[in-house]
Write a protein that binds this ligand. Structure first.
Ligand code: 6PG
Length: 508
């Protein structure tokens, strides 16, 4: 490969970076690579050599930022896969020192905070075009087709679009199911690409952040179903895995359901116990679920199932305290189930999981809509649902129905109001209520399912007790209230300290 012949420069060859590089190579792009760790550069060259057979090298290793730029066709296209935060700016500054030009494009693919992307576009204006694309799908997605959420300068997008659409996951538009191939050198070319331009800079990472919030909720809901089956229905990991596999044939078909079954079937090679029984029950988190919850609170969009999922991870981390409390705090006596009752309860739980999942997605889409209004983004929710049908962690058949709902009504205020979803919940709500009640009566925590049902009930309630709440606020803080029978926006106040104020006569 001669100088200036590479199409793309790639910086950061961790798990995601090296897989994205090989994905680009599979699609015919010549990639110049750089990482501060020379071993990683050597590793990708070796991987390319083993995958390309007798074809010429598709990947070229570089020792410096300057060397990387020297190998690229102009204007340069450079992709970063480095940890979110300071490392992104560190690389950007090195690229400036190495001579990156104003019309060169630098694409951040990390799990960056969306406001950082907004600041970076401004900060690097005139030095190069800062663009970002959020990536979902983990290492396998990165290698064989992730879901991509690009946003930023529209001119840059016209240059990047063919690359990102090529390497993204593909979906069968009719069934909404992923078209997958996990064979190096044989990428999927047919089907609809799971990459769409989301909007101005920051919008893509915002959407990815909400994707992760939904991911947290989806995972927590599955874990709650597992917990209920394990504790209240006395089912073992194998039996639960079998049930998950059955559910995965229906409306709950999803990647997360599939991998949950696989995790439950895994044996611990050391003890021959189910692996799940030796994994410490303390959940980690890198922060994107928390960002979603914070953003929901900031813009005032109800996302309690997502927030509950974040807090579920927090309480899980209090392992020592929970162990102590388990010996001190009373709970109910668990009621054993007959075989017939268990069969019925499992079916109810499937519906409870499904209804809760609808609410989690409704919250995520509602949050994106609220944020879009606030930031002046025009988000296309049908397209967003479509690019999540393959490649990403929350990929599920279910997203086809969400895409349809927004195609039928692009101004849909809430997914719950889409005829398909309102009918589904109407059909299954009794089972949902039954499952959540049963869990509570047995003392099994199900914060995400419970929050989902409360969200549903609050959303369908015309008069909430916020009238009393406004009265309380007016009482102690003179915060005023509005009236149902007067013009909206007009404020009223009662002089609560006046003993002569009129009061409702108590009827005896
Ligand atoms: C994805 C994932 C990915 C990742 C996050 C969440 O879409 O590919 O969401 O971004 O798994 O790092 O991880 P935590 O659970 O550690 O927050």
């Amino acid at each position: 490969m001669s100088d200036k012949q590479c199409d793309i420069g790639f910086i950061g060859l961790g798990v995601m970076g090296s897989n994205l590089t090989l994905n680009l190579a599979d699609h015919g792009y010549r990639v110049a690579c750089f990482d501060l760790d020379q071993n990683k550069v050597d590793a990708i060259l070796a991987q390319d050599a083993s995958e390309r057979g007798d074809q010429p090298p598709r990947v070229e290793g570089c020792n410096s930022y300057t060397e990387l730029l020297s190998k690229l066709k102009s204007p340069h296209l450079i992709i970063l896969s480095v940890p979110a935060g300071a490392p992104v700016d560190h690389v950007c500054h090195h690229l400036i020192d190495a001579g990156v030009q104003a019309d060169d494009i630098v694409i951040d693919t990390g799990n960056s905070l969306w406001t950082d992307s907004v600041e970076r576009e401004e900060q690097y204006k005139g030095k190069f075009i800062f663009f970002s694309t959020a990536v979902s799908g983990g290492e396998v997605g990165a290698r064989f087709g992730p879901s991509l959420m690009p946003s930023g300068n529209p001119y840059a997008w016209t240059r990047i679009e063919p690359v990102l659409k090529a390497i993204s996951a593909k979906v069968d538009p009719n069934t909404g199911k992923p078209i997958e191939s996990y064979a190096p050198g044989k990428p999927v070319k047919e089907g609809e690409p799971c990459a769409t331009y989301i909007g101005p800079v920051g919008a893509g990472h915002y959407v990815k952040m909400v994707h992760n919030g939904i991911e947290y909720a989806d995972m927590q809901l599955i874990c709650e179903a597992y917990h209920i089956m394990r504790t209240a229905f006395a089912m073992g990991p194998d039996e639960i895995a079998h049930t998950f596999r059955q559910w995965n044939q229906g409306k709950l078909n999803s990647y997360l359901m599939e991998i949950s079954a696989e995790v439950l079937e895994q044996q611990d090679p050391e003890t021959d116990q189910p692996l799940v029984d030796v994994i410490l029950d303390k959940a980690g988190q890198k922060g994107t679920g928390l960002w979603t919850a914070v953003s929901a609170l900031q813009v005032g969009s109800p996302a309690q199932t997502i927030t509950a999922a974040v807090f579920a991870r927090s309480i899980s981390s209090l392992k020592d305290e929970r162990v102590t409390a388990s010996q001190q705090l009373a709970g109910p006596t668990q009621q054993p189930l007959s075989d017939a009752a268990k069969t019925q309860a499992i079916s109810q739980l499937e519906h409870a999981l499904y209804c809760s999942k609808i609410c989690a997605y409704a919250q995520g889409f509602q949050l994106m809509a609220t944020a879009a209004k606030e930031h002046g983004w025009e988000l296309d929710f049908a397209e967003i649902a479509k690019i999540w049908r393959a490649g990403c962690i929350i990929r599920a058949v279910f997203l086809q129905s969400i895409a349809k709902a927004y195609e039928q009504d692009e101004n849909l205020a809430n997914l719950l109001l889409a005829p398909y979803f309102s009918e589904q919940i109407a059909k299954y709500q009794a089972d949902w209520r039954q499952s959540v009640s049963q869990a509570t009566l047995n003392g099994i925590p199900c914060p995400a399912m419970m929050s989902a049902i409360s969200y549903y009930d609050a959303y369908r309630t015309a008069v909430l007790p916020a009238n009393l709440l406004q009265g309380q606020r007016d009482y102690f803080g003179a915060h005023t209230y509005q009236r149902l029978d007067k013009l909206a926006g007009k404020k009223f106040h009662i002089n609560w300290s006046d003993p002569a104020r009129p009061q409702v006569a108590i009827k005896k």
